[in-house]
Design a protein around this ligand. Structure first.
Ligand SMILES: *[C@@H]1O[C@H](CO)[C@@H](O)[C@H](O)[C@H]1NC(C)=O
Length: 241
């Protein structure tokens, strides 16, 4: 009894501490969003980003999107919090969270895929897996007019599976699974808005930055190129969330 009492007082305390630690970066993001709502600033910033671009997908925001809104700030806060509390850390054990198959709603775990592929001849040095998580821009939340589809927040697993089918149509060659409705993969990997990982033998060996700014396919490729030079095949898994 004593123990649970202690836990009860611990949780709000931890929450308050997390809020305090996140506040500076959240406020910074809020100010940046506010500034980017001035179209002259926005144009200049995106132009500069495009010039530096390389082969990563450019950040693209149509002029009609306001960045500074309750919904957007809520989403940014959510993303920062997930990132802060995530279980996945470079060099440590990879969280083996549950995901759901699109076709038959079979449940499996992320690391199951790392070992399946070792037998497959065509998997050259890594198997890849797309984990579809909660919508960054649900049509009933922080709407984006750039989004190719208008998808409301998933209320049930079926909603999530249906939305993921659209994604599967766009990348037919890629294995797509969905996060469970407990959002455990999203939480463990700090995936929201999007994120890249490489797992090797159950360990996190590459952790991309928080997307969209930190989502760098070029970094991923560099890692794999380096790896290809250095080593023979073992069980690598690239995760795209
Ligand atoms: C998981 O995310 C969905 C949004 O896609 C949300 O509706 C749901 O409440 C979340 N589940 C938990 C346990 O937080």
């Amino acid at each position: 009894k004593n123990d649970s009492g202690k836990k009860k007082t611990k949780k709000p305390l931890k929450n308050a501490l997390v809020c305090l630690l996140l506040l500076p970066r959240f406020l910074l993001a809020a100010v940046v969003f506010w500034l980017l709502d001035f179209s002259c600033i926005r144009k200049r910033v995106f132009l500069r980003m495009k010039e530096q671009g390389g082969d990563d997908p450019p950040l693209c925001i149509s002029d009609s999107n306001r960045l500074f809104s309750v919904e957007s700030l809520k989403a940014v806060w959510h993303g920062h919090k997930l990132d802060f509390l995530k279980a996945a850390h470079l060099g440590r054990g990879a969280p083996n969270t549950e995901v759901v198959h699109l076709e038959d709603q079979r449940r499996s775990r992320i690391l199951d895929y790392a070992f399946q592929g070792v037998v497959q001849q065509n998997a050259d040095i890594a198997d890849s897996l797309v984990v579809y998580i909660e919508e960054a821009h649900p049509s009933d939340g922080w709407r984006s007019t750039d989004a190719p589809y208008q998808i409301p927040q998933h209320r049930r697993l079926e909603d999530r599976l249906n939305a993921a089918q659209l994604m599967h149509l766009e990348v037919p060659g890629c294995l797509v699974v969905v996060d469970s409705m407990e959002n455990s993969s999203n939480a463990a990997y700090g995936a929201f808005f999007d994120r890249l990982y490489i797992l090797q033998e159950g360990k996190v060996v590459y952790q991309g930055g928080r997307g969209p700014e930190g989502y760098r396919i070029s970094e991923l490729r560099d890692w794999l190129d380096q790896y290809r030079k250095g080593m023979e095949k073992s069980s690598n898994l690239v995760i795209n969330m």
